[in-house]
Design a protein around this ligand. Sequence first.
Ligand SMILES: [Ca+2]
Length: 119
Amino acid sequence: MADGNVSNAHHPADINGDGKVSKAEQDMYLEFRRKELEDQDAMRDAQRKMAWFSLYGMLAYPVLVVGANVAKLEDGARILGDMAGVYFIAVAGIVAHSLVLRLGQVKNKLWNLSRNFVD
Ligand SMILES: [Ca+2]
């Protein structure tokens, strides 16, 4: 029933639903997929930068408290000390989220590798 170009299965590139993927539909689909991959890459870069920025902030925090004491800013040092608990919990959440995302990517890669060995 189905010839070479027509298929009963709906292809995501077939926008008008005629069962064929025209050149224009294929180009649009490939462009959409390319943009999608670029967006995912940019999102991963932004999350990685956010995690590193948070870690640097975590390292700089005690230095800021000591620096405020050295600069005779006792109120500043006290306020920074009071905020430390909330700050470190928030940073730990950001870093943990980043690690969980990374572990998910590693798991997917291992899963895909194992599927290649089975096939
Ligand atoms: Ca079509």
